[in-house]
Write a protein that binds this ligand. Structure first.
Ligand code: PEP
Ligand code: MG
Length: 424
């Protein structure tokens, strides 16, 4: 049984300088904190992030969410005995009473859920990932990182339509070797971009990747391929490439505006496949608009086993949307974001549903982040085998990678997922 004696929240700033919610819960073993992230290319079907409107912070204040934690949520869960995290999450969901958490705000509910998970794991004398492993019934695994080292789309001021250009150092035996490789490539990419385009080319976007003055997908992939070789690695051997197109952001009136073209879904599919034949791409996230379950399915069938196809905005970590994707065979993987659904329990439910249907899962940060490292433990504990949490740079990104290093150091018995994660 678990009893929370106090639950409170404050308004803090996220990595983009916008307000977000920080939550503290207290109980038996002490006081525990969580900080809530926030997206920019948010899916239509995400749980509601409650913002104040009005003049302060351009309407982005979260004082209403904070007061929902200090008021309604505190009232609902403080001083009562709960059998575990699921019951705490259910009590908040019931109190909210809406399908998308629009009464209390997913940003109010999630912070309490995350902090409560920390309290319960401490009460059990376990680390957070160990608690999440027993909560999910999954064996811990060190995840392959997908590191976003060129930022486009709505995460940067440039002209690239594709939002994220990632390196995937999957051909290693340990997470720490994969991260070292990623860091070396990041530094070589910086040198290469500066040499080729001048010093302004190494300005960075929201997730710590560079935002060079290029407009074509192939130019960004070329730059990364050069950096991989200059760092002494072989593209397609130790290191692969991945993209998050976040295609809803460049979809208008049935067409996708990308790489100087206006493409129908079938043409866009061919364009992706042609890129995949030229570059060692292993994974494409959100290749189509967030409602295009059938276009995803056609693309997945055409890509075969060569490419992992991930749904992010498509699913919004929501079990009913994931069920539709399973039925339609839309993707081979699901992106997992805590704040898209709003509680830790429901996030684990989505993960288990996807895994049970034979899909891969990738735990993900948001473009607006904090120094909270919860998702590192979530990825290890639920054994997803993959995590994406930005470039190997900037505090709010590296805090997650550094927590993964710590877990590996303290628990060398936990194996690294490695490249076989892409052939499941
Ligand atoms: C994403 O689209 O996968 C992402 C992390 O960006 P955002 O948080 O802006 O949705
Ligand atoms: Mg995405």
């Amino acid at each position: 049984m678990v009893k929370l004696t106090s639950v409170r929240a404050d308004q803090i700033l996220d990595s983009r300088g916008n307000p977000t919610v920080e939550t503290w819960v207290s109980g038996g073993p002490g006081e525990f904190r969580a900080q809530v992230p926030s997206g920019a290319s948010t899916g239509k079907h995400e749980a509601l992030e409650l913002r104040d409107g009005g003049m302060e912070f351009g309407g982005k204040g979260v004082l209403r969410a904070v007061s929902n934690v200090n008021g309604a949520i505190s009232e609902t869960i403080c001083g009562k005995e709960f059998s575990g995290l699921r019951e705490i999450d259910s009590a908040m969901i019931m109190r909210d009473g809406t399908p998308n958490k629009s009464a209390l705000g997913a940003n109010a509910i999630l912070g309490v859920s995350m902090a409560a998970a920390r309290l319960i794991s401490s009460e059990n004398g376990s680390e957070l990932f160990q608690f999440l492993s027993s909560f999910s019934g999954r064996d811990p695994v060190m995840p392959v990182p997908l590191l976003n080292i060129i930022n486009g789309g709505v995460h940067a001021g440039g002209e690239l339509a594709v939002q994220e250009f990632q390196i995937v150092p999957s051909g290693f035996v340990k997470f720490s070797d994969a991260l070292r490789c990623a860091s070396e490539i990041y530094q070589h990419l910086k040198t290469h971009l500066k040499k080729k385009f001048g010093p302004l080319a190494v300005n960075i976007g929201d997730e710590g990747g560079f935002a060079p003055p290029v407009s074509r997908t192939a130019e960004a992939l070329d730059a990364i391929t050069v950096a991989i070789s200059e760092a002494g690695y072989s593209p397609g051997k130790e290191v692969y490439l991945a993209i998050d197109a976040a295609a809803s952001e460049f979809y208008r009136n049935g067409k996708y505006r990308m790489d100087g073209m206006e493409l129908e879904p079938a043409e866009l599919s061919d364009h992706y496949l042609s890129l995949a034949s030229k570059y060692p791409l292993v994974s494409i996230e959100d290749p189509f608009d967030e409602e295009a379950f059938d276009d995803f399915a056609a693309f997945r069938a055409a890509a075969g086993k060569r490419l992992q196809v991930i749904g992010d905005d498509l699913y919004a970590t929501n079990t009913s949307r994931i069920r539709l994707g399973i039925e339609k065979k839309s993707t081979s993987a699901v992106l997992i974001k805590l704040n898209q659904i709003g509680t830790v329990s429901e996030t684990v439910d989505s993960t288990l549903l996807a895994i049970g249907a034979g899909m891969n899962t990738v735990v993900s940060h948001r473009s607006g982040e904090t120094a909270d490292d919860f998702i590192a433990d979530l990825a290890v504990g639920t054994g997803t085998g993959q995590i994406k949490t930005g470039a190997p740079a900037r505090g709010e990104r590296v805090v997650k990678y550094n927590r993964l290093l710590e877990i590996e150091r303290k628990h060398p018995e936990i194996g690294f997922a490695g490249h076989s994660v892409f052939s499941r």
